[in-house]
Ligand binder design. Structure first.
Ligand code: HEM
Ligand SMILES: *[C@@H]1O[C@H](CO)[C@@H](O)[C@H](O)[C@H]1NC(C)=O
Ligand SMILES: *[C@@H]1O[C@H](CO)[C@@H](O)[C@H](O)[C@H]1NC(C)=O
Ligand SMILES: *[C@@H]1O[C@H](CO)[C@@H](O)[C@H](O)[C@H]1NC(C)=O
Ligand SMILES: *[C@@H]1O[C@H](CO)[C@@H](O)[C@H](O)[C@H]1NC(C)=O
Ligand SMILES: *[C@@H]1O[C@H](CO)[C@@H](O)[C@H](O)[C@H]1NC(C)=O
Ligand SMILES: *[C@@H]1O[C@H](CO)[C@@H](O)[C@H](O)[C@H]1NC(C)=O
Length: 326
């Protein structure tokens, strides 16, 4: 113990100056322990105040982190605004009028800058905010290694390829797999849809014309469908109306997402497909029965997702303002 902690500064410097060009330096559980000891409480209180003002913000921060990590890796690229010469990711189809929480990250970043200027990356702040967000609405908590650095570019093309609720499960599984996430991670991380909201247009076709012949999706419970049809009538004007992803416990991070799927009450087609497909249905049934199993596996898959394509060492930068590169 004593010996290991004495070695840490040396290893850190070694990594920083000698290895950064050769291998990616590891993330570290104590990365900001000396340089920004107040970081976690600052992020926590920022998330707490945002979520107490609006419960949905917990879901929005979680999704923002997912959309950050799946495009260019977890590098804060989603936080970059468009400029006159470069396009960011905020206006990509899956994000435009949909991704939210940017102001919350800005506010936390401003507080972090006051305590520890030019030290903590925007992507580490977003990663921590997603963890705190899950915890404050009743979900698990997990240790996170830190030291991600912010990217210098965004990629709108890749953001347009984020998983869509309209594509077959095979595609979605391939997209997760391309990020180093397996079938179980796909099922487990989809459990994030135990909180938050979706606009009617993201599932409306299931209600009225699933097969092109005017029939609804047979995998959708009839009573649930009728209640959705009254919130999302078959007119364009209902497209942006919000509906809870988990009708049972909308604001609570629990395993009822999976209980809904077992009851044919998943909202998105990509959700219900996890129950229809025989590669994933046994996992769905397991998580519907054992909340602890879901909590444990969700924490593990979130840590895995938070390590996708991270920039460390001297790659990237520590942005001063999350919306623009320095
Ligand atoms: C498996 C593939 C996935 C698909 C196809 C998908 C699709 C969607 C869609 C269509 C919405 C509603 C957006 C809107 O109506 O504006 C949504 C919301 C959401 N997604 Fe996913 N998602 C997926 C995976 C994930 C993952 C891995 C996470 C996080 C770990 C996540 C977290 C969320 C959350 C929390 C919301 C609610 C956001 C809010 O209320 O602001 N999703 N998702
Ligand atoms: C509180 O939430 C509302 C939306 O419900 C939002 O318009 C407002 O900006 C939020 N206020 C603060 C201080 O975050
Ligand atoms: C953006 O992402 C696409 C799809 O992953 C990739 O083909 C392309 O090279 C990327 N563009 C840049 C500028 O990195
Ligand atoms: C309704 O939306 C569909 C699909 O976006 C579009 O093709 C159609 O023209 C719209 N109809 C009206 C009346 O706006
Ligand atoms: C789902 O099914 C379980 C077990 O059959 C039942 O207890 C529960 O009430 C159902 N929930 C809904 C929303 O139908
Ligand atoms: C799973 O379903 C596919 C077709 O949907 C079928 O070909 C396959 O045999 C099934 N596998 C098992 C283990 O039931
Ligand atoms: C279901 O959970 C048990 C532990 O409770 C585990 O041993 C088993 O592998 C799980 N099966 C699936 C398909 O997830």
């Amino acid at each position: 113990m004593e010996q290991n902690s004495n070695k840490l500064p040396f290893l850190y410097l070694f990594c920083l100056f000698f290895f950064s060009a050769l291998v990616s330096c590891q993330l570290d559980y104590n990365y900001y322990a000396k340089t920004c000891p107040g970081l976690i409480p600052i992020v926590r209180s920022g998330v707490l105040s945002a979520v107490s003002n609006e419960t949905r913000m917990a879901a929005s921060l979680l999704r923002l982190h997912f959309h950050d990590c799946f495009v260019n890796g977890c590098d804060g690229s989603i936080l970059l605004d468009d400029t006159s010469s470069t396009k960011g990711e905020k206006n990509a189809v899956p994000n435009r009028n949909s991704a939210r929480g940017y102001e919350v990250i800005d506010a936390i970043k401003a507080n972090v800058e006051k305590s520890c200027p030019a030290t903590v990356s925007c992507t580490d702040i977003l990663t921590l905010a997603a963890r705190e967000a899950v915890y404050v609405v009743g979900g698990p908590y997990w240790a996170l290694p830190l030291g991600r650095r912010d990217g210098l570019t965004a990629n709108e093309t890749e953001a347009n390829e984020l998983p869509s609720p309209f594509e077959p499960l095979d595609n979605i599984i391939r997209k997760f797999s391309a990020k180093g996430l397996d079938l179980r991670d796909t099922v487990v991380l989809s459990g994030a849809h135990t909180i938050g909201f979706a606009q009617c247009f993201t599932f409306k076709q299931r209600l009225f014309n699933f097969d092109g012949n005017g029939n609804p999706d047979p995998a959708l419970d009839a009573a649930f469908r009728q209640s959705l049809q009254s919130v999302c009538p078959n007119q364009n004007t209902s497209d942006t109306q919000l509906v809870a992803l988990d009708a049972a416990t909308t604001n609570r991070f629990d395993n009822s997402y999976y209980r809904n799927l077992v009851n044919k009450s998943g909202l998105l087609q990509s959700d219900q497909d996890l129950m229809t497909d025989n590669r994933t249905s046994s996992m769905v049934q397991n998580y519907s029965k054992y909340p602890y199993l879901f909590s444990r596996d969700f924490a593990a898959s979130m840590r895995q997702m938070a390590s996708i394509g991270v920039l460390t060492g001297q790659n990237g930068e520590i942005r001063k303002n999350c919306r623009v590169v320095n």
